[in-house]
Write a new protein. Sequence first.
Length: 178
Amino acid sequence: MATPAALALLRGLGAERIPHPGGTLLAHLTRVEALLASWGAQPELRLAGLCHAFYGTDGFATALLPVGRRAELAAVIGDAAEEIAYLYAGCDRSASYPSLTTAEPVFRDRFTGLVHAPGLQALRDFAELTAANELDLARTDPAFRAAHGPGLRELFARWQELLSGPALRECRAVLGDA
């Protein structure tokens, strides 16, 4: 699913030259897309996985494009995939993570400060992409796994109703049982 156009855009914006745990940003992004594919993710989620760091993230500040240029990414990967990538990149984690599985989830956009409640499918896509991203980091960086593994194990246990069976199995395989 890593389309030639998406890969060309990533390379053109320097993703293969940006250091990232496990090698380069491009290497990380392709591993996240491959992990989502191995879980049977829909094409839009897989493309979002490949492009999830275009605008930077709450945990990785380097952006390939400013959010004012979202249309450029959407033109390459489609509106649905870009919306998932933006949701992921825009998440204010400390404000959003605690409530995502409550009756009234609160999701704060770190770019705009606006709070909203994504629909169930958007939350599932977000959780699945989060798991793929964090599990790739935990698998490729032992220091990251040692520092963040217990917290991630707890987070994904709380999110189990949002995650697919393959994602949950991968969480257990990489992070151990809660």
